[in-house]
Write a new protein. Structure first.
Length: 242
């Protein structure tokens, strides 16, 4: 998904009902990380990242603690991570990342969202080369922030690009740090060592050939993307929208 579109989606996320749409996905990410690597965030970087992202969305501490505790329960279902690829309205290419305890349910739901929009799923791997995977870190720009200094200090950790995006509505500036997905750990460690309060950290996919769509086309496309993002089994949705 083009970065400009990502910023528009970020603004939209702020208007969403976080309790019903965002919190369950964040809780699932926390539970999965805790189950895989242990419940101590100091010893489990994946869990530390999941908690960090949840706090950035103002997820209550009780919810976070409950999600961690759920990982140790014998009754908790095992989640598997699976991706789906497809074409939506006006030929938009879409990559869907899921975490599910029922693959049959998930594929049926995802397939229906594409079919009802006039599109359809394509064989997995068909779109892999059309998206690059990046490690992405976000944090608020402070008054004493030096962009050039930060860039020099993070190059050895795998930095590919750093940019600042201004939110005119909230009058804040957010710094985005990008690196290859294989450099997630080294960039995370470098930012932690610098005492940077990272607001969000994730592995994201970006279209290698983003396409511009008209406002009318985008309206139709976003209806399908919204349906996908509302699904409890869907963790992330990416497209080739510019």
């Amino acid at each position: 998904m083009g970065r400009a579109f990502e910023y528009r989606k970020a603004a939209k996320m702020k208007r969403w009902d976080k309790m019903s749409r965002i919190f369950p996905k964040l809780a699932k990410a926390i539970t999965m990380a805790a189950k895989e690597g242990g419940t101590d965030p100091d010893m489990n970087s994946s869990l530390r990242t999941a908690i960090q992202n949840a706090k950035a969305q103002n997820m209550p501490k009780d919810n976070i603690d409950a999600a961690i505790k759920r990982a140790t329960s014998k009754d908790v279902d095992d989640y598997i991570e699976i991706n789906y690829e497809g074409k939506g309205p006006h030929g938009v290419l879409v990559f869907v990342e899921c975490a599910t305890d029922n693959q049959n349910r998930t594929v049926a739901n995802v397939k229906s969202y594409f079919n009802k929009s006039g599109g359809g799923l394509v064989p997995n791997g068909s779109l892999e080369f059309m998206f690059s995977r990046k490690a992405v870190f976000e944090f608020e720009k402070t008054e004493n922030f030096d962009l050039e200094e930060m860039e020099l200090e993070l190059i050895d950790a795998g930095l590919e690009e750093i940019e600042v995006h201004k939110d005119e509505e909230e009058e804040t500036e957010t710094v985005y740090v990008y690196g290859d997905y294989t450099q997630f750990g080294s960039l995370q460690s470098a930012l932690e060592e610098k005492g940077i309060n990272v607001k969000n950290a994730a592995l994201k996919r970006y279209s290698t050939s983003p396409v511009a769509f008209s406002e009318e086309q985008l309206e139709e496309i976003e209806k399908m993307l919204d349906k996908l993002e509302e699904d409890d089994d869907v963790q992330a949705v990416y497209s080739n929208i510019m």
